[in-house]
Write a protein that binds this ligand. Structure first.
Ligand SMILES: Nc1ncnc2c1ncn2[C@@H]1O[C@H](COP(=O)(O)OP(=O)(O)OP(=O)(O)O)[C@@H](O)[C@H]1O
Length: 220
């Protein structure tokens, strides 16, 4: 089976400093990979390279069999819209919008009719456990924000979800709940998942954990 994410020998530098040194990673549909590593090792940079927000010096990234080329900004933006969902540490929702409105924005931008986007959004919010979809988003708890952010990441039926410290701002109880919801996504929606986390208990839910150190991924 063709992997959903296929990273081959990617090298990325900030000036003289090599952050990623011929990193390769292949993730299939239904599979979750955790990336750990010391602060400053380049974990967020790696996600930005996967997202096509930064262009590697060499190497290739394919998502659902299509090249993600950070050097071609429009093509990379189209790839993100079609194939990639992302979740960040604080949910990063638009506070003036309701959870449902936040979730459907990427679908509307992709040209999905409003009625269809809303139906899909309601279904996803229910699946991730957000009950009150018409409340203002600034009233949500940290956990509800992350659930909403996950539903938004899923709205365009992505091949890949990347999550940067999705539980980093949560207390221990919601951390475990949200980690369960995030890590159930690959099987439920047949996508690949790459999660950056500092928390070993969160990483333990992944099928594989790679530690980024000195530019390389060491598998645990
Ligand atoms: N735009 C930039 N120009 C030059 N160096 C940068 C730039 N952005 C980040 N760096 C450096 O690259 C290294 C990797 O940063 P990155 O944020 O990817 O690390 P990280 O592993 O995600 O760290 P943390 O766990 O603290 O979030 C760091 O040393 C950082 O200072």
């Amino acid at each position: 089976m063709e992997p959903m994410l296929d990273v081959r020998e990617v090298t990325f530098r900030f000036g003289e400093r090599t952050i990623l040194d011929q990193v390769s990673l292949s993730v299939e549909a239904g599979e979750a990979v955790a990336i750990m590593g010391p602060s400053g090792a380049g974990k967020s940079t790696f996600l930005n390279v996967l997202l096509g927000l930064m262009a590697p010096a060499s190497g290739t990234i394919n998502i659902a069999g299509q090249p993600m080329d950070g050097g071609r900004r429009r093509a990379a933006a189209r790839m993100r819209q079609k194939h990639v969902g992302s979740v960040f540490q604080h949910g990063e929702l638009l506070p003036a919008l309701t959870p449902l409105e936040n979730v459907i924005v990427p679908a509307l931008l992709a040209g999905v009719p409003t009625a269809e986007a809303s139906a899909r959004g309601r279904e996803l919010l229910e699946a991730v456990g957000v009950g009150d979809v018409d409340l203002s988003s600034d009233r949500l708890s940290g956990g509800e924000r992350q659930r909403t952010a996950l539903a938004r990441a899923l709205i365009n039926r992505p091949s890949l979800i990347v999550a940067d410290e999705p539980t980093g701002s949560l207390d221990v109880d919601s951390r475990d709940e949200i980690a369960d919801v995030v890590f159930s996504a690959p099987k439920q929606w047949a996508c690949a998942l790459v999660v950056v986390t500092h928390e070993p208990l969160v990483a333990a839910r992944a099928q594989r954990t790679g530690v980024l150190r000195a530019g390389g991924l060491e598998w645990q």
